[in-house]
Design a protein around this ligand. Structure first.
Ligand SMILES: Cc1ncc(COP(=O)(O)O)c(C=O)c1O
Length: 383
Protein backbone atom coordinates (compact mmCIF):
# COMPACT_ATOMS: atom_id res chain seq x y z
CA UNK A 1 0.00 0.00 0.00
CA UNK A 2 1.30 3.45 -0.93
CA UNK A 3 0.29 5.43 2.20
CA UNK A 4 -0.92 9.06 2.05
CA UNK A 5 1.76 10.01 4.58
CA UNK A 6 4.63 8.31 6.34
CA UNK A 7 7.57 9.13 8.61
CA UNK A 8 11.17 9.17 7.38
CA UNK A 9 13.44 7.65 10.03
CA UNK A 10 17.13 7.13 9.38
CA UNK A 11 19.95 5.43 11.28
CA UNK A 12 20.96 8.60 13.18
CA UNK A 13 17.33 8.89 14.41
CA UNK A 14 17.42 5.29 15.70
CA UNK A 15 20.82 5.86 17.32
CA UNK A 16 19.58 9.00 19.10
CA UNK A 17 16.70 7.07 20.70
CA UNK A 18 18.90 4.09 21.53
CA UNK A 19 21.38 6.33 23.39
CA UNK A 20 18.56 7.64 25.63
CA UNK A 21 17.56 4.08 26.54
CA UNK A 22 21.10 3.51 27.83
CA UNK A 23 21.10 6.65 30.02
CA UNK A 24 19.52 7.75 33.34
CA UNK A 25 16.79 10.17 32.26
CA UNK A 26 13.82 8.76 30.38
CA UNK A 27 11.23 11.43 30.98
CA UNK A 28 11.43 15.26 30.91
CA UNK A 29 15.15 16.01 31.21
CA UNK A 30 18.03 17.72 29.40
CA UNK A 31 17.03 16.56 25.90
CA UNK A 32 13.54 18.05 26.21
CA UNK A 33 15.22 21.36 27.12
CA UNK A 34 17.59 21.02 24.16
CA UNK A 35 14.74 20.21 21.76
CA UNK A 36 12.84 23.28 22.99
CA UNK A 37 15.95 25.42 22.54
CA UNK A 38 16.66 24.05 19.02
CA UNK A 39 13.01 24.44 18.02
CA UNK A 40 12.83 28.05 19.24
CA UNK A 41 15.99 28.96 17.31
CA UNK A 42 14.77 27.14 14.21
CA UNK A 43 11.49 29.08 14.02
CA UNK A 44 12.92 32.29 15.56
CA UNK A 45 10.53 32.66 18.51
CA UNK A 46 11.13 33.57 22.16
CA UNK A 47 10.03 30.32 23.81
CA UNK A 48 9.13 26.76 22.83
CA UNK A 49 7.44 24.41 25.31
CA UNK A 50 7.31 20.70 24.46
CA UNK A 51 4.26 18.55 25.23
CA UNK A 52 3.21 15.01 24.33
CA UNK A 53 0.84 15.72 21.38
CA UNK A 54 -0.47 18.45 19.13
CA UNK A 55 -3.79 18.13 20.94
CA UNK A 56 -2.07 18.81 24.29
CA UNK A 57 -0.37 21.82 22.65
CA UNK A 58 -3.77 23.25 21.61
CA UNK A 59 -5.31 22.55 25.03
CA UNK A 60 -2.36 24.19 26.82
CA UNK A 61 -2.35 27.22 24.48
CA UNK A 62 -6.08 27.85 24.87
CA UNK A 63 -5.84 27.42 28.64
CA UNK A 64 -2.97 29.88 29.13
CA UNK A 65 -4.75 32.31 26.78
CA UNK A 66 -7.50 32.34 29.40
CA UNK A 67 -10.27 30.39 27.64
CA UNK A 68 -12.80 29.24 30.23
CA UNK A 69 -16.51 28.34 30.53
CA UNK A 70 -18.74 30.69 28.58
CA UNK A 71 -16.03 31.89 26.17
CA UNK A 72 -16.37 31.47 22.42
CA UNK A 73 -13.43 30.59 20.20
CA UNK A 74 -13.67 30.76 16.40
CA UNK A 75 -12.18 27.78 14.57
CA UNK A 76 -12.41 26.75 10.90
CA UNK A 77 -15.05 24.16 10.03
CA UNK A 78 -12.54 22.18 7.97
CA UNK A 79 -9.94 20.85 10.40
CA UNK A 80 -9.11 17.83 12.50
CA UNK A 81 -11.49 17.51 15.45
CA UNK A 82 -8.64 18.22 17.93
CA UNK A 83 -8.76 21.95 17.07
CA UNK A 84 -12.34 22.27 18.30
CA UNK A 85 -12.06 19.64 21.05
CA UNK A 86 -9.33 21.66 22.78
CA UNK A 87 -11.80 24.57 23.13
CA UNK A 88 -14.34 22.21 24.71
CA UNK A 89 -11.67 20.85 27.13
CA UNK A 90 -11.35 24.44 28.47
CA UNK A 91 -15.14 24.73 28.91
CA UNK A 92 -15.42 27.07 25.91
CA UNK A 93 -17.65 26.89 22.83
CA UNK A 94 -16.12 26.43 19.37
CA UNK A 95 -17.83 28.60 16.76
CA UNK A 96 -17.20 27.40 13.22
CA UNK A 97 -16.07 29.78 10.47
CA UNK A 98 -16.20 28.86 6.79
CA UNK A 99 -13.12 28.42 4.59
CA UNK A 100 -11.92 30.16 1.45
CA UNK A 101 -12.95 27.86 -1.46
CA UNK A 102 -9.63 28.20 -3.33
CA UNK A 103 -7.19 27.43 -0.49
CA UNK A 104 -9.49 25.96 2.21
CA UNK A 105 -7.85 28.32 4.75
CA UNK A 106 -10.08 30.09 7.27
CA UNK A 107 -12.22 32.82 5.66
CA UNK A 108 -11.29 35.96 7.62
CA UNK A 109 -14.52 37.78 6.63
CA UNK A 110 -16.58 34.91 7.97
CA UNK A 111 -14.55 35.03 11.21
CA UNK A 112 -15.59 38.69 11.56
CA UNK A 113 -19.27 37.78 10.99
CA UNK A 114 -19.08 35.15 13.75
CA UNK A 115 -17.63 37.46 16.44
CA UNK A 116 -19.92 38.11 19.43
CA UNK A 117 -19.29 39.84 22.80
CA UNK A 118 -18.26 36.39 24.14
CA UNK A 119 -15.55 35.74 21.53
CA UNK A 120 -12.08 35.57 23.11
CA UNK A 121 -9.82 33.94 20.52
CA UNK A 122 -9.47 32.69 16.97
CA UNK A 123 -7.60 29.51 16.04
CA UNK A 124 -6.21 29.70 12.50
CA UNK A 125 -5.39 26.31 10.97
CA UNK A 126 -2.61 26.27 8.36
CA UNK A 127 -4.54 23.67 6.37
CA UNK A 128 -2.38 21.18 4.41
CA UNK A 129 0.76 23.19 5.34
CA UNK A 130 0.02 26.62 3.87
CA UNK A 131 0.00 29.50 6.41
CA UNK A 132 -3.22 31.51 6.81
CA UNK A 133 -3.41 35.26 6.11
CA UNK A 134 -1.96 36.32 9.47
CA UNK A 135 -1.85 40.05 8.63
CA UNK A 136 -5.63 40.08 8.09
CA UNK A 137 -6.23 37.86 11.12
CA UNK A 138 -4.04 40.07 13.34
CA UNK A 139 -5.82 43.25 12.21
CA UNK A 140 -9.20 41.68 12.99
CA UNK A 141 -7.98 40.32 16.34
CA UNK A 142 -6.61 43.73 17.36
CA UNK A 143 -9.93 45.42 16.52
CA UNK A 144 -11.87 42.94 18.64
CA UNK A 145 -9.18 42.25 21.31
CA UNK A 146 -8.90 38.54 20.51
CA UNK A 147 -5.97 36.18 21.10
CA UNK A 148 -4.61 34.64 17.88
CA UNK A 149 -3.65 30.97 18.13
CA UNK A 150 -2.09 29.18 15.15
CA UNK A 151 -2.89 25.51 14.74
CA UNK A 152 0.37 24.94 12.89
CA UNK A 153 0.19 21.14 13.16
CA UNK A 154 0.52 20.95 9.33
CA UNK A 155 2.85 23.84 8.61
CA UNK A 156 6.20 23.51 10.41
CA UNK A 157 8.85 24.67 7.92
CA UNK A 158 6.61 27.16 6.06
CA UNK A 159 6.83 30.98 5.99
CA UNK A 160 4.39 33.84 5.57
CA UNK A 161 5.88 37.06 4.18
CA UNK A 162 9.40 35.90 5.10
CA UNK A 163 8.39 35.08 8.69
CA UNK A 164 8.46 31.50 9.92
CA UNK A 165 5.40 29.67 11.13
CA UNK A 166 5.74 29.67 14.92
CA UNK A 167 6.18 33.46 15.06
CA UNK A 168 2.95 34.52 13.35
CA UNK A 169 0.43 34.19 16.19
CA UNK A 170 0.36 34.86 19.95
CA UNK A 171 0.66 31.12 20.50
CA UNK A 172 1.45 28.49 17.83
CA UNK A 173 0.81 24.77 18.21
CA UNK A 174 2.68 21.93 16.48
CA UNK A 175 2.22 18.16 16.19
CA UNK A 176 4.93 15.54 15.72
CA UNK A 177 2.60 12.67 14.82
CA UNK A 178 4.28 10.29 12.29
CA UNK A 179 2.69 11.82 9.16
CA UNK A 180 3.61 15.39 10.16
CA UNK A 181 6.61 17.45 8.86
CA UNK A 182 8.86 15.88 11.54
CA UNK A 183 8.00 13.16 14.03
CA UNK A 184 8.60 12.15 17.63
CA UNK A 185 6.03 9.29 17.27
CA UNK A 186 3.60 11.35 19.37
CA UNK A 187 4.49 14.84 20.52
CA UNK A 188 3.79 18.53 20.26
CA UNK A 189 5.16 22.02 20.88
CA UNK A 190 3.78 25.45 21.72
CA UNK A 191 5.73 28.57 20.72
CA UNK A 192 5.23 32.08 22.04
CA UNK A 193 7.18 35.29 22.67
CA UNK A 194 5.59 35.76 26.09
CA UNK A 195 7.73 34.62 29.06
CA UNK A 196 4.63 34.65 31.27
CA UNK A 197 2.73 32.30 28.94
CA UNK A 198 5.82 30.08 28.54
CA UNK A 199 6.02 29.63 32.34
CA UNK A 200 2.27 28.89 32.49
CA UNK A 201 2.64 26.32 29.67
CA UNK A 202 5.49 24.60 31.56
CA UNK A 203 3.29 24.33 34.66
CA UNK A 204 0.21 23.23 32.70
CA UNK A 205 2.03 20.24 31.16
CA UNK A 206 3.22 19.17 34.63
CA UNK A 207 0.02 19.07 36.77
CA UNK A 208 0.22 22.83 37.44
CA UNK A 209 3.36 22.26 39.58
CA UNK A 210 5.97 25.03 39.69
CA UNK A 211 9.11 22.85 39.29
CA UNK A 212 10.15 19.54 37.71
CA UNK A 213 11.77 16.59 39.56
CA UNK A 214 14.99 17.31 37.64
CA UNK A 215 15.01 20.98 38.72
CA UNK A 216 14.47 19.89 42.33
CA UNK A 217 17.18 17.27 42.12
CA UNK A 218 19.65 19.79 40.69
CA UNK A 219 18.73 22.33 43.40
CA UNK A 220 18.79 19.68 46.17
CA UNK A 221 15.25 20.51 47.39
CA UNK A 222 12.13 18.41 47.81
CA UNK A 223 9.48 21.12 48.14
CA UNK A 224 7.08 21.89 45.29
CA UNK A 225 3.83 23.78 44.93
CA UNK A 226 0.85 23.10 42.66
CA UNK A 227 -0.14 26.58 41.53
CA UNK A 228 -2.94 25.79 39.06
CA UNK A 229 -4.77 22.72 37.86
CA UNK A 230 -2.69 21.06 35.15
CA UNK A 231 -2.24 17.77 33.31
CA UNK A 232 0.47 15.22 32.63
CA UNK A 233 1.30 16.43 29.11
CA UNK A 234 5.07 15.96 29.48
CA UNK A 235 7.25 14.98 26.56
CA UNK A 236 9.80 12.27 27.35
CA UNK A 237 13.51 12.07 26.53
CA UNK A 238 13.04 9.40 23.83
CA UNK A 239 10.67 11.70 21.96
CA UNK A 240 12.95 14.71 22.46
CA UNK A 241 16.02 12.83 21.16
CA UNK A 242 14.07 11.90 18.04
CA UNK A 243 12.78 15.46 17.70
CA UNK A 244 16.30 16.96 17.89
CA UNK A 245 17.50 14.56 15.22
CA UNK A 246 14.45 15.09 12.97
CA UNK A 247 14.56 18.89 13.27
CA UNK A 248 18.01 18.88 11.60
CA UNK A 249 16.34 17.34 8.53
CA UNK A 250 13.34 19.65 8.38
CA UNK A 251 14.58 21.83 5.52
CA UNK A 252 15.56 18.75 3.46
CA UNK A 253 12.12 17.17 4.09
CA UNK A 254 10.33 20.45 3.21
CA UNK A 255 12.30 20.84 -0.04
CA UNK A 256 11.48 17.26 -1.02
CA UNK A 257 7.77 17.71 -0.22
CA UNK A 258 7.72 20.87 -2.36
CA UNK A 259 9.48 19.07 -5.22
CA UNK A 260 6.94 16.23 -5.11
CA UNK A 261 4.09 18.77 -5.05
CA UNK A 262 5.59 20.42 -8.15
CA UNK A 263 5.74 16.99 -9.87
CA UNK A 264 2.05 16.47 -9.04
CA UNK A 265 1.11 19.93 -10.35
CA UNK A 266 2.96 19.35 -13.61
CA UNK A 267 1.31 15.97 -14.20
CA UNK A 268 -2.13 17.24 -13.15
CA UNK A 269 -2.07 20.19 -15.56
CA UNK A 270 -3.82 18.31 -18.45
CA UNK A 271 -6.45 16.73 -16.13
CA UNK A 272 -9.22 19.35 -16.04
CA UNK A 273 -11.23 17.33 -13.51
CA UNK A 274 -8.51 17.42 -10.81
CA UNK A 275 -7.75 20.82 -9.31
CA UNK A 276 -4.96 21.39 -6.78
CA UNK A 277 -5.63 23.98 -4.06
CA UNK A 278 -4.52 27.60 -4.55
CA UNK A 279 -1.02 28.56 -3.43
CA UNK A 280 -0.42 32.19 -2.48
CA UNK A 281 2.77 33.95 -3.67
CA UNK A 282 3.44 35.69 -0.32
CA UNK A 283 3.98 32.43 1.58
CA UNK A 284 5.83 29.14 1.31
CA UNK A 285 4.15 25.78 1.81
CA UNK A 286 5.12 22.89 4.09
CA UNK A 287 3.04 20.40 2.03
CA UNK A 288 2.07 18.19 4.91
CA UNK A 289 -0.80 17.19 2.61
CA UNK A 290 -1.34 17.42 -1.14
CA UNK A 291 -5.07 18.07 -1.45
CA UNK A 292 -6.96 18.29 -4.75
CA UNK A 293 -10.60 18.91 -5.62
CA UNK A 294 -12.24 16.24 -7.74
CA UNK A 295 -14.63 17.86 -10.23
CA UNK A 296 -17.33 15.21 -10.56
CA UNK A 297 -19.21 17.06 -13.33
CA UNK A 298 -16.05 16.98 -15.50
CA UNK A 299 -14.81 13.52 -14.51
CA UNK A 300 -18.13 11.68 -14.69
CA UNK A 301 -17.30 9.82 -11.46
CA UNK A 302 -17.77 10.93 -7.87
CA UNK A 303 -15.03 11.61 -5.32
CA UNK A 304 -16.06 8.49 -3.39
CA UNK A 305 -15.82 6.40 -6.56
CA UNK A 306 -12.29 7.62 -7.29
CA UNK A 307 -11.40 7.11 -3.61
CA UNK A 308 -12.49 3.45 -3.81
CA UNK A 309 -10.82 2.97 -7.20
CA UNK A 310 -7.46 4.18 -5.87
CA UNK A 311 -7.77 2.19 -2.63
CA UNK A 312 -8.37 -0.93 -4.74
CA UNK A 313 -5.08 -0.19 -6.48
CA UNK A 314 -3.33 0.03 -3.10
CA UNK A 315 -3.02 3.81 -3.30
CA UNK A 316 -3.79 5.21 0.14
CA UNK A 317 -5.73 8.36 -0.66
CA UNK A 318 -7.58 10.09 2.17
CA UNK A 319 -10.14 12.83 2.85
CA UNK A 320 -9.16 15.73 5.17
CA UNK A 321 -11.71 16.49 6.67
CA UNK A 322 -15.48 16.29 7.22
CA UNK A 323 -16.68 19.65 8.63
CA UNK A 324 -16.18 19.26 12.39
CA UNK A 325 -19.77 20.25 13.26
CA UNK A 326 -21.07 17.22 11.34
CA UNK A 327 -19.72 14.78 13.95
CA UNK A 328 -22.40 13.40 16.28
CA UNK A 329 -20.77 14.93 19.37
CA UNK A 330 -20.88 18.43 17.90
CA UNK A 331 -24.43 17.96 16.61
CA UNK A 332 -25.41 17.00 20.16
CA UNK A 333 -23.83 20.03 21.81
CA UNK A 334 -24.98 22.42 19.07
CA UNK A 335 -28.67 22.18 20.11
CA UNK A 336 -30.63 24.35 17.68
CA UNK A 337 -27.57 26.39 16.58
CA UNK A 338 -26.92 26.20 12.85
CA UNK A 339 -23.20 25.95 12.15
CA UNK A 340 -23.48 25.21 8.40
CA UNK A 341 -20.55 26.52 6.41
CA UNK A 342 -21.41 26.17 2.68
CA UNK A 343 -17.83 26.23 1.34
CA UNK A 344 -16.66 23.60 3.83
CA UNK A 345 -19.68 21.44 2.92
CA UNK A 346 -18.95 21.71 -0.79
CA UNK A 347 -15.25 21.06 -0.29
CA UNK A 348 -16.00 17.94 1.75
CA UNK A 349 -17.76 16.37 -1.27
CA UNK A 350 -14.79 17.07 -3.56
CA UNK A 351 -11.51 16.89 -1.66
CA UNK A 352 -9.02 14.09 -1.98
CA UNK A 353 -5.60 13.89 -0.30
CA UNK A 354 -3.00 12.28 -2.56
CA UNK A 355 0.03 10.44 -1.09
CA UNK A 356 2.96 12.70 -0.20
CA UNK A 357 5.92 12.03 2.11
CA UNK A 358 9.67 12.71 1.82
CA UNK A 359 10.66 9.18 0.71
CA UNK A 360 8.09 9.08 -2.07
CA UNK A 361 9.44 8.90 -5.64
CA UNK A 362 8.46 10.44 -9.00
CA UNK A 363 7.51 6.92 -10.18
CA UNK A 364 5.02 6.73 -7.31
CA UNK A 365 3.63 10.17 -8.24
CA UNK A 366 3.10 8.84 -11.78
CA UNK A 367 1.33 5.79 -10.37
CA UNK A 368 -1.12 8.03 -8.51
CA UNK A 369 -1.72 10.13 -11.65
CA UNK A 370 -2.40 6.99 -13.71
CA UNK A 371 -4.87 5.88 -11.03
CA UNK A 372 -6.68 9.23 -11.23
CA UNK A 373 -6.75 9.11 -15.03
CA UNK A 374 -8.25 5.60 -15.14
CA UNK A 375 -10.87 6.60 -12.54
CA UNK A 376 -12.60 8.79 -15.14
CA UNK A 377 -13.02 5.84 -17.51
CA UNK A 378 -14.64 3.60 -14.87
CA UNK A 379 -18.26 4.36 -15.79
CA UNK A 380 -17.61 3.86 -19.49
CA UNK A 381 -15.96 0.49 -18.80
CA UNK A 382 -18.80 -0.57 -16.51
CA UNK A 383 -21.34 0.34 -19.23
C1 LIG B 1 -4.93 20.40 12.22
C2 LIG B 1 -4.56 19.48 13.36
N1 LIG B 1 -4.69 19.94 14.61
C3 LIG B 1 -4.36 19.16 15.67
C4 LIG B 1 -3.91 17.87 15.51
C5 LIG B 1 -3.63 17.03 16.71
O1 LIG B 1 -2.30 16.60 16.78
P1 LIG B 1 -1.92 15.26 17.55
O2 LIG B 1 -2.36 14.10 16.72
O3 LIG B 1 -0.42 15.33 17.67
O4 LIG B 1 -2.60 15.30 18.87
C6 LIG B 1 -3.74 17.36 14.22
C7 LIG B 1 -3.23 16.00 14.02
O5 LIG B 1 -3.65 15.18 13.33
C8 LIG B 1 -4.10 18.18 13.11
O6 LIG B 1 -4.01 17.71 11.86
Amino acid sequence: MLPYGRQTLESDDWQAVYRVLQGDWLTTGPLVEQFEHDFASNVGCGHAVAVNSGTAALHAALWVAGIRAGDEVIVPALTFVATANAVVYCGGTPVFADVDPESLLIDVQDVERKITPRTRAVVAVDYAGQPCDYVAIRALADRHRLVVIADACHSLGACYRQRSVGTLADLSCFSFHPVKPITTAEGGMVTTDSSEWAAALQRFRNHGIDSTPRQRQLAGVHYYNMVDLGFNYRMNELQAALGISQLKKLSRFTRRRNWLAACYRERLEPLAYVEPLAQFPDRSHAFHLFVVRWRTHLAGTSRDEVFRHLQQQSIGVNVHYPPVYRHSFYRRIAGDQDFACPQAERAYDEILTLPLFPDMTRVEVNRVIDGLATATAMRTQAA
